[in-house]
Design a protein around this ligand. Structure first.
Ligand code: NDP
Ligand code: BG6
Length: 477
């Protein structure tokens, strides 16, 4: 089956003019695949890509003849490479333990620079050798790399590893540029090298089970449909929290900051799925069209609708601050925490704040969507908490609704309780529109006009977050 299944399940096409996900699946289903993974020494490769590839392999979704070549500048022998890519692979069963050595046999490593034809010709030799031995007939180049090297790498591939008659695909990770202008340039430069059909842009949040579930929750349940609008909803929060700091990724991170790293892509994608109108079908173009419409109704974020933070040492002094990371430039003002409020000025959402919050080195790891409803009007009860629908994306996917109940006993006291619908226990236009919302505020931030507030590693975030969300209407129950 090649990598087709992986692409359909985990790779969402953004800004596409055709539903090429399906097309690619069809193409690759018939081909055995060879996958050079560029940036194989990095964080993404180690934490996500190789564990995901192993998951596909052990579940028999990867053709046994698929070959994976890791490529990066770091020099590594095969044993070191295997250690690197196995580090985050979880072996839960005997079957897993037996499958890992077999999977590792499909993986090899080659070092080289990103802009040297010679090194890519060496890569070409390895590819051809493996193709001959395995019968692989398609090449899937996966760029697990900082965007600054996307174009040099794509150019090297085009010059040295692109062959007529061989199916070639290029998978590009976010962030797609630094702002509107650079994203347009990136699209133009990539477009000069590869056809739109050959390029896949991915956002791994769209592969998460609960994010995929959002459309079903909204459009396949009549009870949610009629309240999903400004008449019933007071505010919506989308929160991403991580316990880890930059951990040696500071060099990459400092160039981008948390807004470009997480908010402008992962959180904005979630927002569009919550806010969009029902698409005509589940087809990629129909969904994409509705998402773009939502984005176009969002004006650029105002300066006083943003709060920034940067983490310092943990209170016990054990965990380093952001500026202690040796890869971070001295005195950097790059935010590692951001809260921003967006408004969608259309008939459904006018006046409803969408509060996006994301941060590293916080007290817990959690991604969740919290939809808070308005107060009950003309009510005879006092101290009522508001209804909320909470969709927890990770960890432990869940959906629960906070509703008021009578407190058991003689009186008529109300109490808030959770109606648990837990999940696990029961079973180029879009890019432009997204950057238009964030580019002006990012320029303001890059010019140092919004000072990040320090917060301790492992804390709940900078002071003022609670006031920030309260300012936009959120009431703690
Ligand atoms: P890393 O910083 O780990 O970089 C990946 C590899 O690229 C490094 O091992 C290094 O390899 C090479 N590299 C790093 N900096 C440079 C540079 N300035 N110039 C040339 N090569 C460099 O990044 P990640 O793996 O974390 O991320 C890669 C991409 O994936 C990014 O676009 C990121 O946004 C995206 N992403 C990351 C996720 C994650 O969880 N980490 C999740 C989803 C997307 P070497 O020096 O050996 O050549
Ligand atoms: C990536 C960011 O896109 O998403 C990382 O570059 C972040 O900084 C990661 O850690 C989080 O992904 P997940 O799936 O672990 O929530």
């Amino acid at each position: 089956m090649g990598l087709g299944f992986y692409l359909t399940q985990h790779i969402a096409k953004i800004d596409k003019r055709r539903s090429s996900c399906c097309k690619l699946q069809l193409v690759l289903d018939e081909a055995e695949t060879l996958s050079p993974l560029l940036g194989a020494s990095g964080d993404l490769a180690k934490k996500k890509t190789f564990p995901a590839l192993f998951g596909l392999y052990k579940n028999h979704y990867l053709d046994a003849n698929t070959q994976i070549i890791g490529y990066a500048r770091t020099k590594m022998d095969q044993a070191t490479f295997e250690g690197h890519i196995s580090k985050y692979i979880k072996l839960k069963t005997d079957e897993d333990r037996q499958a890992l050595p077999k999977f590792l046999k499909l993986c090899s490593y080659q070092d080289g620079q990103y802009d040297k034809d010679n090194d890519f010709q060496q890569l070409e030799k390895s590819i051809e050798k493996l193709e001959k031995a395995s019968g692989a007939t398609a090449r899937l180049f996966y760029m697990a790399l900082p965007p600054s090297v996307f174009i040099p790498v794509a150019t090297s591939i085009k010059h040295n590893n692109y062959k007529k008659g061989v199916i070639t695909r290029l998978i590009v990770e976010k962030p797609f540029g630094m702002d509107l202008e650079s994203s347009r340039k990136l699209a133009k430069d990539l477009g000069a090298l590869f056809t739109e059909e050959e390029i896949y842009r991915i956002d791994h949040y769209l592969g998460k089970e609960m994010v995929k579930n959002l459309m079903i929750l909204r459009f396949a349940n009549v009870i949610f449909g009629s309240v999903w609008n400004r008449h019933s909803i007071d505010n919506i929060q989308i929160t991403f929290k991580e316990k880890i700091g930059t951990e040696g990724r500071g060099g990459y991170f400092d160039e981008f900051g948390i807004i470009r790293d997480v908010m402008q892509n992962h959180l904005l994608q979630i927002l569009t799925l919550i806010a969009m109108e029902p698409p005509v079908s589940l087809g990629a173009e129909d969904v994409r069209d509705e998402k773009v419409k939502v984005l176009r109704y969002i004006p650029p974020i105002a300066k006083n609708d943003v709060l920034l933070g940067q983490y310092t040492k943990s209170e016990d002094g054990k965990e380093p601050g952001y500026l202690d990371d040796k890869t971070v430039p001295k005195g950097s003002k790059t935010p590692t925490y951001a809260a921003a409020t967006l408004f969608i000025q259309n008939e459904r959402w006018t006046g409803v704040p969408f509060i996006l919050k994301c941060g590293k080195a916080l007290n817990q790891q959690k991604t969740e969507i919290r939809i808070q409803f308005k107060d009950v009007s003309g009510n005879m009860f006092t101290n009522l908490a508001r209804n909320e629908i909470v969709i927890r994306v990770q960890p432990n996917e869940a959906v629960y609704v906070k509703i008021m109940n009578k407190e058991p006993g003689l009186g008529m006291k109300t109490v808030i309780s959770d109606l648990d619908l837990s999940y696990s226990s029961r079973f180029d236009n879009a890019l432009d529109a997204a950057w238009k919302i964030f580019t002006p505020i990012l320029k303001t931030i890059d010019q140092g006009e919004i000072e990040p507030i320090p917060y301790a590693f492992g804390s709940r975030g900078p002071h003022g977050v609670a006031e920030f969300v309260a300012k936009h209407g959120y009431e703690r129950s």
